[in-house]
Design a protein around this ligand. Structure first.
Ligand SMILES: Cc1cc2nc3c(=O)[nH]c(=O)nc-3n(C[C@H](O)[C@H](O)[C@H](O)COP(=O)(O)OP(=O)(O)OC[C@H]3O[C@@H](n4cnc5c(N)ncnc54)[C@H](O)[C@@H]3O)c2cc1C
Length: 468
C-alpha cells in the first residue's frame, strides 16, 4: 500500500524524532513518524531518562525515610522495600508519558506508523510490521534512530545477571554485590539506585577518574561524595573477563596500564561503557548515506546527510548523547524545512547527573580552556556557606563559574550540590545572552535560596564573594 504526499517522514520516535515531527506539523507540514518500538518516546522515555529518574527518586525516598529523617527529629521504624511496587510505579510513569506523546501526535495531526523504517530512496520510506509493509512517499526523510548499548567485547549481556542499563531498570531482586563497568553518568546513576536499595556497589573504570569529560575538580569531589555514600571504585582498571558459569559471577580485572590481575565476585554486572549510534536495518548503504568513522550518520552543519532530502539528528549523529540536544536538533530541522534559519550553540548544552547531590555543567571545563589556551578567571562558592543549603542540611559541593579573563564573558559553569540540575539553567540562559559574571553577580537573587550560591560564585569570579 502506498500512502503519499508527506513533506516529512521521521524514522525514530525518540525525543529528537517526535519533537521534529510535532514542530514540523505545527509549522504546517504533512508529517508521519515511523517507530518500531511500539511505544513512542524512544530510549529516553522507555529505557533511559524517565525510568532512571523515577527509580532515582523512589530509591532516594527509601534511603531518606530509612536513614535520613532522624536528624530532623522524625522517628521511623519498620521501613520495608516493596521492589515490585517500586518498579511498577516506574513502568506506570513511562506508560503515561509515552501515551502522552501519542496524544500530542493526534493533537498536531502527525501520522504515527508502527514499524521498522527502511529508506528505499530519498522519497520513499517502507515501514514493516508483522509481515505487512506500508510505503510512505515524502519530500524529506529524517533519520532519528538514536543509539544502543555499547557492548563489552567478550561479555554477553543476558539482561538478568549481566545487564545493560535496560536490564538495570528492571532487576527482579536487589543484588548483593553489583559490579558496574564504567563510571559514566548512566553507571553512576544506576549504581546509586541499587546501592540505596541495599546492594554493595563496586564501580570499575578504565580511566583514572569518574565521569570522564567532566570538569576535573567536580569529578574529584563527586568521587569523594560517592565513596562517602558507600560506593567503591576501582579506577584505572579494566575488565578482562566475566565468568558467569557458576553461582556467583567472577569478574577479572587488571590495572589499565598493565599489572597483576585480580578476581572480583559479584552476583550482578552492569555493563555501562557508553552508547553507540543505531543505524541497523535502515538501508543507508544502499541509498548512499555516509557514516563517519564511529558509525554515526555524517551531517553538515544544517543536519543534511550526504544524500539531498535526507536529514539526521540526535544520538545517531555527532555530539553529546542527550535528549535535550536531540530535541533542539529536531526543532531545527523542522524550522529549516519551512525556510527558517535556526541555530544551536553547542557550547551551551547543559549536562546533568541525577544522583544526590546532583552534578551539572554547561560550557567549557577548566581543562578545555587550558587546552585551548584561553585565559580565564574561576570563581567558586561552597554550599556549606549557603544559608538555604545549611538549613536543609545539603551542604556537600560547590558552584564554580569560569569567565574569560579579558571580557568577563561566562564560558562555563560546573555545579555539584543540591538541585544542581535546576541551578545550571540560570547560567545556560545567561550564556545564551552573552552574559558576564558581573551580570549574574549584579542580578538580585531571592533569599534564602540555593541560587544565591550561583550569584556568590559569580561575585567570586569578578570581585569577591560576600558570605565567604
Ligand atoms: C539509562 C539512560 C539514562 C539516560 N538519562 C538521560 C538523562 O537523564 N538526560 C538526557 O538528556 N539523556 C539521557 N539519556 C540519553 C537519552 O535517552 C538519549 O540521548 C535520547 O533518547 C536520544 O534521542 P534520539 O531521539 O536521538 O534517539 P532515541 O531516543 O534512541 O530514539 C530512537 C528511536 O528510533 C527507533 N528506531 C531505530 N531504528 C528504527 C527503524 N529502522 N525504524 C523505526 N524506528 C527505529 C528506536 O526504537 C527508538 O525508539 C539516557 C539514556 C539512558 C540509556
Amino acid at each position: 500500500m502506498s500512502e503519499g504526499g508527506y513533506d516529512l517522514v521521521v524514522v525514530g520516535g525518540g525525543p529528537g524524532g517526535y519533537v521534529a515531527a510535532i514542530k514540523a506539523a505545527q509549522l504546517g507540514l504533512k508529517v508521519a513518524c515511523v517507530d518500531k518500538r511500539g511505544a513512542l518516546g524512544g530510549t529516553c522515555l522507555n529505557i533511559g531518562c524517565i525510568p532512571s529518574k523515577a527509580l532515582l527518586h523512589s530509591s532516594h525516598l527509601f534511603e531518606e525515610v530509612g536513614h535520613g529523617l532522624g536528624k530532623h527529629g522524625i522517628k521511623v521504624s519498620g521501613v520495608e522495600l516493596d521492589l515490585g511496587a517500586m518498579l511498577a510505579n516506574k513502568s506506570q510513569v513511562v506508560k503515561g508519558l509515552t501515551q502522552g506523546i501519542e496524544y500530542l501526535f493526534k493533537k498536531n495531526k502527525v501520522d504515527y506508523v508502527v514499524g521498522a523504517g527502511l529508506i528505499e530512496n530519498p522519497g520513499k520510506v517502507v515501514a514493516q510490521a508483522n509481515g505487512a509493509a506500508r510505503e510512505l512517499t515524502t519530500r524529506n526523510v529524517l533519520i532519528a534512530t538514536g543509539s544502543d548499548v555499547m557492548p563489552l567485547p567478550g561479555v554477553s549481556i543476558d539482561e538478568d545477571r549481566i545487564v545493560s542499563s535496560t536490564g538495570a531498570l528492571d532487576l527482579k531482586r536487589v543484588p548483593k554485590h553489583l559490579l558496574v563497568v564504567g563510571a559514566g553518568y548512566i553507571g553512576l546513576e544506576m549504581g546509586t539506585v541499587w546501592r540505596r536499595l541495599g546492594a554493595k556497589v563496586t564501580v570499575v573504570e578504565f580511566l583514572d577518574r569518574v565521569t570522564p569529560g567532566m570538569d576535573g575538580e567536580v569529578s574529584k569531589e563527586f568521587e569523594r561524595i560517592l565513596k562517602k555514600q558507600g560506593m567503591a571504585f576501582k579506577l584505572g582498571t579494566k575488565v578482562t573477563g566475566v565468568d558467569s558459569s557458576g553461582e556467583s559471577i567472577k569478574v577479572t580485572v587488571e590495572p589499565a596500564k598493565g599489572g597483576a590481575a585480580e578476581t572480583i565476585e559479584c552476583d550482578t554486572v552492569l555493563v555501562s561503557i557508553g552508547r553507540q549510534p543505531y543505524t541497523e536495518g535502515l538501508g543507508l548503504e544502499k541509498v548512499g548515506v555516509r557514516l563517519d568513522n564511529r558509525g554515526r550518520v555524517e551531517t553538515d552543519d544544517r543536519f543534511g546527510t550526504s544524500v539531498a532530502g535526507i536529514w539526521a539528528i540526535g544520538d545517531v549523529i555527532v555530539g553529546p548523547m542527550l535528549a535535550h540536544k536531540a530535541e533542539e536538533e529536531g526543532s531545527c530541522v523542522a524550522e529549516q524545512l519551512v525556510g527558517q534559519k535556526p541555530h544551536i550553540d553547542y557550547d551551551i548544552i547543559p549536562g546533568v547527573v541525577y544522583t544526590t547531590p546532583e552534578v551539572a555543567s554547561v560550557g567549557k571545563t577548566e581543562e578545555q580552556l587550558k587546552e585551548a589556551g584561553i585565559t580565564y578567571k574561576a570563581g567558586k562558592f561552597p554550599f556549606m556557606a549557603n544559608s538555604r543549603a545549611r538549613s536543609v542540611g545539603l551542604t556537600d559541593g560547590f558552584v564554580k563559574l569560569l569567565a574569560d579573563a579579558a571580557t568577563d564573558r561566562v564560558l562555563g559553569a560546573h555545579i555539584i550540590g543540591p538541585e544542581a540540575g535546576i541551578l545550571i539553567a540560570e547560567v545556560a540562559v545567561a550564556m545564551e545572552f552573552g552574559a558576564s559574571s558581573e551580570d549574574i553577580a549584579r542580578t538580585c537573587h531571592p533569599h534564602p535560596t540555593l541560587e544565591e550560591a550561583v550569584k556568590e560564585a559569580a561575585l567570586a569570579t569578578f570581585a569577591k564573594p560576600i558570605h565567604m
